[in-house]
Unconditional design. Structure first.
Length: 394
């Protein structure tokens, strides 16, 4: 790792919780930013306790997954003294991040207008569920709601499939990464202008943006489009698992699939002779392919399909993917020893040639860095003791 990470010297005041915000600020911390996580006295980030964790303790995996390379200070933000602490921290910060509902920071006296008076260079970054204006701006944001309201949940590979919740929080993660992009753009612009600005993203916009190809097809052609619903693409059970095949980027994908499977060329069948016909008769086509795949093992069919240069893969569980040598080679496994036992986390997906990612700080216990943070910002021992005595600092 290089001695100077890309964001070394950047101070981030982090009010975020759950996922959208924390995964964004963790990315900033991973690459050198000093991230100060401001949490509520006695509760902290909802991810510390809102989901069941057996055997429990401070190292809830859900919290740990998104809060390394941060320091925690626990404050009573409803008290004037707590608000004064935040103002002093903001005076030296480069970025303030939150993912509360629109207007919450403003009601606490911590909105962009208030903080920019203290520090004109401040970048005020936030993520909401649906944006700051419009009919849903008041609505609480949540990943599953964003899936439902953007059309993503209604998308299917076949009409007969049930409507399901996508089990991974893709709305939170994509919005979090968009927030990182916005912060970096604002930092670059500040180098030119000397001034900060507001940066905002929403779950709603991020999930819509994720569907850019589908949206363009609908708006320009009035047609539905689904990579997963393509006629030559599907998931097929084998004798010991399942195989996914992507029948695309070939002059005649169906012919190649049939050659790999040892079937008669179904692209000559009147039902499947063209892409449009195959799409209309996808259920019949897949029934024929399923019957053949069920006769062999996953490894057997992968070898045959790859022999025809077809895009294919075994369908793995997450534990299988984590155990794959490729995962380790890519540096995606991060192991550390926490105060209550081992931590098994994922590394960063962004790889710089200078090996910029580093684990500098374990996921913090609630308020564990508060006193050190205050001393760095000019509070002496007596002032810290007074804040603790008055319940402002945990």
């Amino acid at each position: 790792m290089s001695a100077q990470q890309p964001l070394s010297g950047i101070k981030v005041l982090d009010f975020t919780q759950v996922m959208l915000g924390p995964c964004a600020t963790q990315m900033l911390g991973d690459y050198g930013a000093d991230v100060i996580k401001v949490e509520r006295v006695g509760q902290g980030d909802l991810s510390r306790w809102s989901l069941p964790d057996d055997p429990g303790g401070a190292q809830n995996p859900i919290f740990c997954a998104m809060n390394r390379n941060k320091r925690s200070i626990a404050l009573d933000l409803k008290s004037p003294a707590g608000l004064e602490v935040v103002h002093r921290l903001a005076a030296q910060a480069d970025v303030v991040v939150n993912n509360f509902r629109a207007g919450v920071m403003e009601r606490m006296g911590l909105g962009y207008e208030a903080l920019s008076r203290i520090n004109p260079r401040i970048i005020f970054a936030f993520g909401t569920g649906f944006g700051t204006e419009g009919p849903y701006s008041h609505k609480g944001g949540q990943d599953i709601l964003a899936q439902a309201m953007t059309g993503l949940m209604a998308r299917k590979c076949a009409p007969e499939e049930p409507t399901l919740i996508y089990p991974t929080a893709l709305a939170d993660y994509s919005a979090g990464m968009h927030l990182v992009q916005g912060v970096l753009l604002a930092l670059l612009q500040r180098e030119r202008t000397g001034h900060g600005q507001m940066v905002s993203v929403s779950l709603y916009d991020s999930v819509l943006a994720m569907q850019m190809q589908e949206a363009a097809m609908w708006r320009m052609r009035g047609q539905d489009f689904s990579w997963g619903g393509m006629p030559y693409t599907g998931v097929f059970d084998t004798t010991d698992g399942a195989v996914v095949v992507v029948g695309a980027f070939k002059a005649n994908p169906l012919r190649e699939i049939c050659l790999a499977l040892g079937l008669d060329d179904l692209s000559e069948d009147p039902r499947f002779r063209t892409f449009t016909l195959a799409q209309s008769n996808r259920a019949e086509l897949h029934a024929l392919l399923r019957a053949r795949f069920a006769e062999g093992s996953t490894a057997h069919w992968i070898e045959r399909l790859e022999g025809r240069d077809l895009l294919c893969s075994p369908v793995r569980s997450l534990p299988e993917a984590l155990e794959c040598p490729q995962t380790a080679v890519n540096g995606m496994l991060l192991d550390a020893e926490g105060a209550e036992g081992p931590l098994g986390l994922l590394g960063s997906p962004v790889h710089l040639s200078g090996d910029a990612f580093a684990l500098r700080h374990l996921p913090p216990h609630l308020g564990e860095d508060g006193e050190a943070i205050l001393r760095e910002h000019g509070y002496d021992a007596d002032a810290v003791a007074t804040l603790k005595r008055d319940g402002v600092l945990a």
